[in-house]
Design a protein around this ligand. Structure first.
Ligand SMILES: C[S@@+](CC[C@H](N)C(=O)[O-])C[C@H]1O[C@@H](n2cnc3c(N)ncnc32)[C@H](O)[C@@H]1O
Length: 251
């Protein structure tokens, strides 16, 4: 595997952030991020959010080494990205990866994300994208009663219901009136046909794409109806169609 890691270098080969240079993070998911299988079920939604919306701000909670924070800064050249992680090593890597991709001036990295942080960054009337993967803290942070700007934000959140099975129902209830909602289930992966990787054994390929999750995971996509009205050519069907095979629109 190490030999194949060297072949890849640190350049992402597939997915929405192809071409990004990424130094591996503490979660050890670097190889699958480079080959483009990491959270591959999200690629269509990420592409659609980039294509359809015009965000001023991206907030990434649980940024690890910056895969989403730096990737979105690269794909959305006018946004400012605020990335948070409780781990110092993650914050250092995220800042390093932002610098090595030339977006260090637009990616600000902070520690534990609190409701007060979100309240100061996610403002009513502004178009904000929140990408959140923070090990269950999503239930404490996605509080539109405390953070009114969330009603105008688009949100992609990984829900850790294996830790607390009230997380998804609670979040859906909070945003039912203000957002169009869809749910993305974790999908099986295939090792991609990438140049230089053909010699890997079947077992190495299986290990390389295994995301070692504690339970089958899902994500919720919340698209602000207020924001959708302001965006050109933005429709809820478009968001659903592109992910038709893996998402369920929630009435
Ligand atoms: C599974 S990782 C996220 C990986 C990310 N999806 C990626 O693509 O790289 C979850 C991260 O959330 C961080 N975290 C957990 N609670 C947090 C909080 N309240 N604020 C900021 N980061 C948090 C952890 O330190 C960890 O790095």
């Amino acid at each position: 595997m190490a030999r194949y890691g060297e072949t890849l270098g640190d350049c992402v080969r597939a997915g929405p952030f192809v071409g990004m240079q990424i130094t591996d993070g503490p979660d050890g998911f670097g190889f699958m991020k480079l080959i483009g299988t990491y959270e591959a079920e999200l690629h269509p939604v990420i592409e659609k959010l980039i294509e359809l919306a015009r965000y001023e701000t991206v907030v990434n909670v649980g940024c690890a080494e910056g895969f989403y924070a730096v990737g979105l800064a690269l794909r959305l050249p006018s946004v400012r990205v605020y990335a948070f992680d409780i781990l110092k090593q993650a914050r250092q890597l995220c800042a390093h990866n932002a610098d090595q991709n030339g977006v260090g001036d637009r990616v600000k990295v902070g520690g534990a994300c609190k409701c007060s942080d979100l309240a100061s960054l996610v403002l009513p009337g502004k178009s904000t994208l929140i990408v959140m993967d923070c090990e269950g803290a999503e239930k404490d942070l996605l509080r539109p009663d405390l953070i009114p700007g969330l009603l105008d934000a688009d949100i992609l959140v990984e829900c850790h219901d294996f830790l607390d099975d009230s997380i998804t129902p609670e979040i859906l209830e909070r945003f039912r009136q203000s957002h169009d909602m869809s749910l993305i289930d974790e999908q099986p992966r295939e090792f991609p046909n990438l140049c230089g990787m053909q010699g890997l054994s079947a077992i190495d390929k299986a290990v390389a794409i295994f995301e070692s999750r504690a339970a089958p995971m899902h994500w919720v996509v919340l698209r602000s109806r207020a924001h959708a009205k302001q965006s050109v050519a933005c429709s809820r069907r478009a968001l659903y169609d592109v992910t038709n095979s893996v998402t369920h629109a929630i009435p």
